[in-house]
Design a protein around this ligand. Sequence first.
Ligand SMILES: O=C(O)CCC(=O)C(=O)O
Ligand SMILES: [Fe+2]
Length: 348
Amino acid sequence: IVSFAFETPRRSTARRRHRHRRHRATFQSSTSAPGERSQSSSTSAGGGGASVVVVPPPGEEEGSSPSLSQSAIEDLSTRGYAVVPGFLPRSFVDDLRRDAIALRSDSMFRRAGIGQDSSNALDEGVRVAETCFLGRGRRELSSSTSISSISSISSSSYAGGSGCVRDGPGGLHDVLDGLRESLDSLDPNAPRLDRNLDEVLYAYYPRGGYYRRHRDAVPNSASVLRRYSLLLYLNGEGYDPDVDGGRLRIHLDGGGDECPPGEEPKFVDVDPIGGTLVLFRSDAIPHEVLDTNAERYAVVGWYNRGVSPADIGTLGGAVGGGTNVARAAMLAVGMALVTFGVASILGQ
Ligand SMILES: O=C(O)CCC(=O)C(=O)O
Ligand SMILES: [Fe+2]
């Protein structure tokens, strides 16, 4: 069993001063049982061995939009996932969490189904969570509570009216657009990610929440369009994964929704500390949210490839059986693209 630790930009001001430094974290031997982690680690691994470079990029400068470092891009292309602690500055994290809390108190969250399945079924054996789909400029998501609570606007470049921490300049959607551009640079030969098909939501796990092992993109469903999954944790400074649970477990055993028979479990656990970004390949990385002992907030998103004519049979079936309005809307956009813009879909 191996584990590793790197500095995280939480609590200690001494640590915060060093947050722009580059940290190389290397797996070390440890005697802990699978799933146990060292007290100080932000990420720990079970069963495997590898070297991980984590670069907290600058996010605190006024007016700058956090961007993906080259090493995170390399991690993503070589290992299929990247973890970036401190990607978002604390004030931004706090504003987004307040926005999510305000939207939840305005009843804009729904019990979450199992996202990658075309029926989007509710299954408490697999997942206990609530979600609120976010689209740029979705007007019904302009919570009055969320306007007054946004504190980072005065001290940074965010501007605009209600929901501006999402929709305003330098807000969430701008950050996510910037990440999409970085992801597009990963494989210049692959078709562009389709901005019209981005999916973004707030996710809330209550105490007693979880999301059992799954993949975000599975064949024969609309989720097949998902290329990259994104997680941005929004938990407050008091969130302590040793007590509050809710770690993200990234499975590296080569299996799909289950560990292959006879394989040793191999995984990395990520602390859902506010500001941490996780990106991974939606089809290749099974993962789960371990049981939560406290309320847990995150932005969850998917960057999708465009719809190709070959997809239409599969996706048509998915829309027919679907109850997920956002997914159906996404597919409607995709189908409209096929109808009206085949050339652009084929990249010609
Ligand atoms: O919140 C997390 O850490 C992961 C959530 C997830 O896997 C999902 O929403 O598909
Ligand atoms: Fe997932």
